[in-house]
Write a protein that binds this ligand. Structure first.
Ligand code: G16
Length: 543
């Protein structure tokens, strides 16, 4: 690996400088922006992945090219660590450093400086595994990544079009292949087989009832879900899935008036096709890592089961299994949420389910980390992004514990199967959807039964365009703003005027905007509060 080769390769992948002294940062989910700006950034992410792989003894590093819920013209690139979790946060500063190098020469020098500082043996082998969503710009960005791997003698496996969670799965499979902790077969088919096998084991003869319509946001989730369904025997499981909004041939319709983000932020079903009262629906997002369930209650209209609802459903089911299996004294279940979690869900988990709740900043990288502190860590963002982590100790306990009754044996078997069904690397809409179907089948619940577990406080999420979103800095797990000075006082004064109210604002890490969340006793109060706080944010946001 030599400096000249890196400089020459980099010359083909310029980074467009930002105006006004601004620089690119590794955000909530890596670098994300208009795809025209991403060529050089993706090349440099490839350089960093080459370093990271060698730092970790040649283990494969995943790189996913996706802008998930964002519009079709955007794209993004993020790094996946060997066990399928997000890039260790201490390394984000190296990513930001490389991407903002002012010239190709400084870039190459910085690359070698990082290697020296971290004592990385550049002669040792390195490996990258990569995937992309259905955005057309992903094809050229993949080439930028391949050029970076060639310039650094790093091998690369291009898995082409994948959901984000599939790339996370494959990264972990490659790094655990042939070891006692092997995560699964290293192939896309291996992913489907693992999910299908675990789904059947989880059901334990129970059957899914009623049909489920899945809105795939016209993204990669459509074709991949259809592939999965080829492996699922619906005559055995009862799973009757209708796939809609699965047009990946017209890139411009990606996430357009459909998908999990649309449903959550608009608080309504996609206009097309229109759900009929009583039908069970769910939506995935553009890269299939978020999930939203909903239905049209024939009496009261649209009702949404967001990440908070999915978390409470999973936590209550697992806690019941623990009690039946006699494990409630031995292992600890906890739930991780963010400030966006509805206050009613937090109360339900703490008071009714009697489980601890931890609040972290937005971004699954933060939630995942916090969930690892529990034997079973249930983490979901309200936007539907999440999973349930089973510690190695928990999985061993399920396998080793001698059941004292047939009911205990069933509970232990179901827990083990759940550990295989639920993607352990990252939130996975397809795997989470199967989990929800399993739980509803076991509980014998309709969506109405699920809906009445608790009542959400009416809430509103608003997107506010500001002159400079970087002015907004948060503290207290994003529940308060430390900057601009004075803004938090104004928000607090405003919140005081409403009953049972809460509101906060933060800069998005994936969009050029701020987000404002508000909840209150009534719908009109929540809307009014959100609009008032949005006006404050706009006022402080710079020209
Ligand atoms: C990404 C992250 C999520 C986060 C979301 C919105 O989701 O993976 O953890 O909640 O962005 O983040 P922000 O509010 O900072 O824009 P996705 O589905 O877009 O990859």
């Amino acid at each position: 690996m030599d400096r000249e080769t890196i400089v020459a390769a980099s010359r083909k992948h310029d980074v467009v400088p930002l105006e006004g002294g601004k620089y690119y940062t590794y955000g909530t989910a890596g670098f994300r922006m208009n795809s025209d700006l991403l060529d050089g950034i993706t090349f440099r992410v490839g350089l960093l992945s080459a370093l990271r792989s060698r730092k970790l003894n040649g283990q494969a590093i995943g790189v996913m090219i996706t802008a998930s819920h964002n519009p079709a013209k955007d794209n993004g690139v993020k790094i996946v660590d060997p066990m399928g979790d997000m890039l260790e946060q201490e390394w984000e500063v190296f990513a930001t450093g490389l991407v903002n190098c002012p010239s190709h020469e400084v870039l190459a020098d910085t690359f070698f400086k990082i290697a020296e500082k971290l004592k990385i043996d550049l002669k040792s082998p390195g490996k990258i595994v990569a995937g992309r969503d259905t955005r057309p710009s992903g094809i050229t960005l993949m080439q930028s990544l391949i050029d970076a791997s060639n310039a650094t003698n790093t091998s690369i496996v291009d898995f082409k079009v994948l959901t984000t969670p599939q790339l996370h799965y494959l990264t972990r499979c490659i790094n655990t292949e042939g070891t006692p902790s092997s995560y699964g077969e290293v192939s896309e088919v291996g992913y489907y087989k693992k999910l299908n096998d675990a789904f059947q084991r989880c059901l334990r003869g129970k059957r899914v009832t009623g049909s489920l319509t899945v809105d795939c946001a016209n993204g990669v989730g459509g074709p991949k879900l259809k592939e999965l369904l080829k492996h699922v025997d619906s005559s055995k499981t009862g799973l009757d899935c209708k796939v809609v909004n699965d047009d990946v041939l017209r890139p411009e319709v990606l996430n357009l008036d459909c998908g999990a983000d649309y449903v959550k932020t608009r608080q309504r079903a996609p206009p097309n096709p229109k759900p009929q009262p009583g039908d069970r629906w769910c939506s995935l997002d553009g890269d299939a890592d978020r999930l939203m369930y909903y239905w049209i209650d024939p009496e009261s209209g649209f009702f949404m089961f967001d990440g908070d609802r999915i978390a409470t459903l999973a936590a209550s089911f697992i806690a019941d299994l623990f009690r039946t299996a006699g494990l409630d004294e031995d292992l600890r279940i906890g739930v991780v949420q963010t400030a966006y979690a509805n206050g009613a869900s937090t109360k339900y988990i703490e008071k009714h389910l009697q489980l601890p709740v931890v609040c972290t900043p937005t971004g699954v990288k933060h939630l995942h980390h916090a969930a690892c502190a529990f034997d079973i860590g249930v983490y979901f963002e309200a936007n539907g992004h999440g999973t349930v982590l089973f510690s190695t100790e928990a999985m061993q306990t399920f396998a080793k514990k001698e059941p004292q009754s047939p009911a205990q044996k069933d509970a232990l078997d179901t827990l083990r199967a759940l550990g295989d069904l639920i993607n352990q690397t990252v939130g996975d809409a397809i795997s989470d959807m199967l989990m929800v179907e399993v739980i509803l089948a076991h509980k014998g619940w309709s969506l109405r039964d699920w809906a009445v577990t608790y009542s959400d406080l009416p809430n509103r999420l608003v997107r506010v365009e500001v002159g400079n979103k970087d002015l907004f800095q948060t503290t207290d797990a994003e529940r308060k703003l430390s900057h601009p000075v004075g803004i938090q006082d104004e928000i607090d004064q405003c919140v005081k005027k409403y009953t049972n109210a809460r509101s906060f604002a933060r800069a998005s890490g994936t969009e050029n905007a701020c987000r404002v969340y508000a909840e209150a006793q009534s719908r009109s109060e929540a809307d009014e509060l959100a609009n008032k706080v949005a006006a404050i944010v706009k006022n402080y946001g710079g020209a």
